[in-house]
Design a binder for this molecule. Structure first.
Ligand code: SF4
Ligand code: SF4
Length: 77
């Protein structure tokens, strides 16, 4: 599972690069379909919605990790 840690400076670069729009800005409710939402995973920094992240399977690189200037995106097994 990919996650963003506290080193994030909210530049937004990862969200732009994510091919499945799995990265949301701080405080943004998570849309779960049928007009419903869940609480954001962070109010402090950008966060990855685990249910949406494909870990960039099949792509040549992990897009969000490749652009993050703070090395703030990690993989938790
Ligand atoms: S690993 Fe890929 S799919 Fe997952 S959040 Fe990062 S860019 Fe998006
Ligand atoms: S690219 Fe890195 S520093 Fe920028 S918003 Fe994403 S996680 Fe935060």
């Amino acid at each position: 599972m990919m996650y963003i840690d506290e080193n994030c400076i909210n530049c937004g670069a990862c969200a732009v690069e994510c091919p499945v729009e799995a990265i949301l800005p701080p405080g943004e409710p998570i849309a779960t379909g049928n007009g419903k939402t869940e609480e954001p995973l962070s109010d402090e920094h950008f966060f990855i919605v685990p249910e949406d992240c494909t870990e960039c399977a099949g792509l040549s690189s992990v897009k969000c990790v490749a652009v993050c200037p703070m090395d703030a995106i990690k993989k938790e097994n």
